[in-house]
Design a protein around this ligand. Structure first.
Ligand code: SF4
Length: 427
């Protein structure tokens, strides 16, 4: 098999891992070496289903000793198999980087022979790139559950970012669908990487510190019956305990044949709502308990912030000239930038509705939840969720990141505002 054929198989096998966006790493080019990394400087491009393809995203091997039922690379699946040697991957990456095809490497692997051997080969690939070829570009490396912590440490010293995928949100799910993995085998490397990252942050101006771009994980949504509330609570715990940069959510795709698995793909809209809820955790000061009551799922009609607001009508409308900053942040249509602008501007003058427009507050949503100088600009102050739904109830629809939305619910913004929200996460 030629290297080209192997690359075809192995890059196809890697496409189901969505934890590949990259940023947060800054390293200047050095004389005698090639490439550099910059904060936010590695460009992203996305496939039509939203997956990032800016890096050379590839598996070292798809020859897996494990048999996770949801995975295309599972041992029992009859697919073409291939493996690349560390030097082959290193030279391929280096060559593509020099031609400006890629800006870095996202290297993952199935578990060939054993976790230690797999982690050792991944580590060797990065060593060749960094130490022999002087590659200074971005490297995102997968951490392998059950692997020896010493090998993981060596890998972390050379990579920009590492991720260990949790995949299934509960231990029961793991037992059922990926019995070779345990919760401990996944959380241990995550905990180790969190410590390595934290140590590096003590020396944050050192460009050669370990894991400058931190750690991430991925959860598969919809392979098990776990509710969105369970998933959001898990994410909250992961951010708190391991200081993760991101939790990625991947809508389940029916790649297995087991009767234990759902026959249909999980809706992308669910994945999108989980990303929105994730933003509320990270940037809006919400707790998981506030976003969703236990064992419930996110509202498909409203984004999670609007949903929270209409579940708490006694808190609205707020007066933008006097409301606490925390309440501004919790108001639909006002994102972190808008809340900050309002707080800064109202320290100098009383704000008008026109001022809010100039601040790019999404008034189409916000006006139902605010007063400006005591005046309410929404439909009626008594609007409840049911009334809002009844006024303009759209059919639940699959959300695409790229097509023009076919409906505009009352509380959502114009298409360009929706597009901006998808990119910036502001709600
Ligand atoms: S360990 Fe499981 S999830 Fe990972 S490649 Fe093998 S079968 Fe797939």
């Amino acid at each position: 098999m030629t290297v080209e054929q192997k690359v075809g198989i192995l890059s196809d096998g890697a496409k189901y891992d969505v934890s590949c966006s990259s940023s947060g790493s800054a390293r200047a080019a050095k004389s005698g070496s090639l490439g550099s990394a910059a904060v936010g400087g590695i460009c992203h491009s996305f496939t039509s289903d939203g997956r990032c393809v800016s890096l050379l995203k590839i598996l070292m091997t798809n020859n897996c000793a494990y048999d996770c039922l949801y995975c295309v690379n599972r041992r029992s699946n009859d697919i073409p198999r291939a493996s690349l040697a560390p030097r082959e991957i290193a030279e391929l990456t280096y060559g593509m980087y020099r031609r400006n095809y890629i800006e870095g490497l996202f290297l993952s692997s199935a578990i060939e022979h054993s976790p230690d051997r797999t982690m050792e080969l991944l580590c060797e690939t990065v060593r060749i790139l960094r130490e022999e070829l002087g590659f200074g570009g971005y490297i995102h490396l997968k951490g392998i559950p059950h692997a020896d912590p010493a090998i993981i440490s060596r890998a972390a010293a050379l990579a920009d970012r590492m991720s260990v995928n949790i995949e299934l949100p509960t231990e029961n799910g793991l037992k059922l669908l990926a019995p070779a993995k345990t919760k401990d085998s996944i959380l241990k490397p995550l905990s180790q990487l969190a410590e390595i990252y934290a140590e590096g942050q003590l020396d944050r101006y050192n460009p050669n510190r370990a894991l400058p771009a931190g750690t991430t994980t991925q959860l598969i949504i919809g392979a098990t019956p776990d509710s969105d509330a369970t998933i959001i609570r898990l994410s909250e715990g992961l951010y708190r305990r391991f200081g993760l940069k991101r939790v990625y959510y991947s809508a389940y795709m029916p790649l297995g044949t087991s009767p234990l698995l759902p026959a249909v793909r999980a809706p992308l809209l669910r994945e999108h709502r989980l990303y929105q809820a994730d933003w509320l955790l990270r940037f809006y000061g919400f707790s998981a308990d506030e976003i969703l009551p236990e064992n419930t799922n996110l509202n498909t009609e409203l984004d999670p912030k609007s949903d929270w607001a209409v579940r708490n009508p006694h808190l609205f409308p707020i007066e933008v000239n006097t409301a606490p900053y925390e309440m501004l942040l919790r108001t639909p249509g006002i994102g972190p930038r808008g809340a900050w602008r309002i707080r800064e501007a109202r320290a100098h003058a009383r704000l008008s509705y026109e001022d809010l427009k100039r601040m790019r507050v999404v008034l189409k949503r916000a006006r139902h939840f605010i007063t400006v100088g005591g005046k309410f600009y929404g439909h009626t102050p008594e609007l409840t969720l049911d009334t809002l739904r009844a006024l303009d109830a759209p059919p639940p629809a699959q959300l695409s990141m790229f097509d023009t939305p076919t409906f505009l619910p009352l509380l959502t913004a114009a298409p360009e505002e929706i597009a901006a929200s998808v990119i910036t996460g502001e709600m």
